[in-house]
Design a protein around this ligand. Structure first.
Ligand code: ADP
Ligand code: MG
Length: 575
């Protein structure tokens, strides 16, 4: 037998991996390649897996996490060994903290050399380093185990509270051979990777009894409800009960933001007033003041729907836990309304409507203002107008004030159409999320970054141009972290630690790669340029020039900074 005939009956780890992924409907891979995973991407591409190559692993990881959030199925990214792998751990952990299904695969160096500490090329004990950074971690040591490893990764990432999974792929395993027919026999498709988890009827009845007797009920919708794709059930529940609701930032659009029961414009009053709160896939973490303190009614009672039983009583007592998946739980709650009707008292709804009127009028004077240089408010007021005309467009948002103000000003009308800094409040997720959203959905994306946030991952504009993605990046440029007018409180004359270049023309960056750059200095220009850029459906970047004096230090969470007791102290900014 000649060698050619022999090898045609053989396959290798890289081919089996592509087969196992495709068998499970994973047909996209984000990443940065090199030794030993170059052919993982090349072979995958040859077999029909769309490969999107990035400039930094963290951005590839964020793109995969975005796909996980948008589809409910794990997004996949690939990195090289040690340094590339370490860059991937931050998005892997962020995806896990956010509860987004996501799989990171990294090539790894020769086991026996790594384990003996002999100093291999990019040698690192990757499997063990990964464990605290994800929901589950596996190493596939033999080509026979590839299908099993892929299956375990898919199930761990998707089921229960979704999260990040790490798959370690030693170079020797990727190159190991196996008889083609024997390899084919290992392949299988995961059955029901995300099984329904039906809550107990008693927990449903207990919750409805509480809501039926509430004087000032509130529904708080979190990104868990978005992940669960429970928009039909959530909309029906609000419609039938008339309960005012608040949406966490990535739950915006699950119910269109212009719904009259949306109490976002009087969030504080709603939280301080509510006596019974139904949490639908929202954790009582820092973003909700742990459910305690001045932000809440001291007598508030919580009902919480969550798939993870250990989330209940996380930071305070939950009097009516509903443990199960949100779609099933909401279905049972709707069914239960026939037996235990719930209607929000009109006096509560009316009082919130009064509070909203006052706040909306106050806000409008800021978002409609013609002041130049622009503030976050009037620049975002212009963005809102364009987004109102384009409800299918996805919005990605990161920054401090750029995040806080955009969340409040720009409405979202469709489920899972807003991606942002998430549970950790991370900067540098935006361009990865934007690329992931554009690739996953084929729709246009507006990606709004503070100038500081954009600095972490701005190089990915090249990726957006290389794949000709319909993304409009907007850099809100006030020349600094938080704002551009802080002063050095020492004597060396360097810029302050918060200062960036207000004169920077971020629009020139995308022009270097063939995209379209814009420089906007007025609200009218923002509106016109964003409209034009979206219509073109091509990569574009708008440098949005805003006042160096606009924006609060640390946005809405300045209270998290420690307060110094002695000097030298920072002078108050001048605005
Ligand atoms: P937000 O930041 O919007 O408040 P969180 O990430 O804090 O949202 O909370 C989301 C919660 O939703 C998590 O506790 C997670 O366990 C839960 N969750 C995610 N998917 C589901 C699901 N399908 N069914 C029930 N709970 C879910
Ligand atoms: Mg800034």
């Amino acid at each position: 037998m000649d060698t050619a005939t022999t090898t045609t009956n053989l396959t290798d780890g890289m081919h089996i991996l592509a087969d196992a992924l495709l068998k499970n409907g994973i047909n996209k891979m984000y990443g940065v390649i090199g030794i030993p995973v170059t052919d993982v991407a090349r072979i995958g591409q040859g077999d029909g897996i769309r490969y999107i190559g990035f400039r930094h692993e963290a951005d590839a990881g964020n793109a995969a996490a975005a796909e996980g959030f948008l589809t409910g199925k794990p997004g996949l990214f690939v990195t090289v060994s040690a340094p590339g792998y370490l860059n991937g751990l931050a998005p892997l952990k962020a995806a896990t903290v956010n509860g987004f299904p996501c799989i990171m695969m990294s090539g790894s160096s020769t086991r026996n050399i790594v384990d003996m500490g002999e100093g291999d090329y990019e040698g690192l004990d990757q499997l063990n380093y990964a464990k605290p950074f994800c929901k589950a971690a596996y190493r596939i040591d033999r080509p026979e185990d590839i299908a099993l490893g892929v299956a375990r990764a898919i199930r761990a990432a998707s089921s229960g509270r979704p999260g990040g999974v790490y798959l370690d792929l030693p170079g020797e395993m990727l190159g190991a051979t196996m008889d083609q027919a024997a390899a084919d026999a290992t392949l299988f498709e995961v059955v029901d990777p995300k099984p329904a988890m039906i809550p107990a009827q008693a927990s449903i009845d207990r919750a409805l009894d509480l809501l039926a007797n509430a004087k000032q009920p509130l529904v708080y919708i979190g990104k868990g409800a978005a992940l669960a794709q429970a928009e039909d059930e959530v909309n029906a529940f609000i419609e039938q009960t008339g309960i005012p609701y608040l949406a966490m930032s990535m739950a915006k659009g699950l119910i269109p933001d212009d719904n009259p029961l949306n109490s976002g414009s009087c969030r504080g009053a709603t939280m301080r007033g509510a006596d019974v709160v139904l949490l639908i896939g929202a954790r009582l973490n820092w973003m909700l003041n742990f459910g305690i303190g001045k932000a809440w009614n001291p007598d508030v009672k919580f009902i919480q729907i969550d798939i993870d039983p250990t989330e209940i009583d996380n930071s305070r007592q939950i009097v009516a836990p509903i443990v199960g998946d949100i779609k099933s739980a909401m279905g049972l709650l709707l069914e239960g309304l026939k037996k235990i009707p719930v209607k929000a008292p009109q006096a509560w709804v009316d009082s919130l409507n009064e509070a909203k009127k006052v706040n909306v009028a106050k806000f409008a004077t800021r978002t409609e203002a013609d002041t130049v240089p622009m503030t976050h408010y009037n620049a975002l007021g212009a963005v809102k107008k364009v987004m109102d005309m384009n409800p299918d467009v996805y919005l990605v948002n990161e920054g401090a004030n750029t995040l806080d103000d955009c969340r409040d000003i720009v409405n979202i009308y469709k489920p899972r159409h807003r991606l942002d800094c998430g549970t950790w409040g991370v900067m540098g997720v935006g361009t990865g999320y934007a690329i992931g959203a554009a690739v996953t959905t084929g729709e246009s994306v507006v990606s709004i970054h503070g100038d500081s946030a954009f600095g972490f991952d701005g190089m990915e504009v090249e990726t957006a141009c290389r794949y000709n993605l319909p993304i409009v990046f907007m850099v809100f440029n006030n020349g600094g972290i938080y704002r551009g007018d802080f002063e050095n409180i020492g004597t060396d004359g360097d810029p302050s630690p918060l200062t960036l270049m207000a004169s920077a023309r971020y629009d020139k960056m995308i022009e270097a790669f063939g995209g379209v750059g814009y420089n906007a200095t007025t609200p009218a220009e923002v509106e016109q340029m964003l409209t034009e850029a979206l219509a073109a459906k091509k990569p574009a970047l708008i440098n949005v020039v805003i006042d160096i004096h606009t924006g609060k230090e640390s946005g809405h969470i300045g209270n998290l900074n420690p307060v110094p007791v002695k000097g030298p102290l920072a002078p108050k900014p001048t605005a």
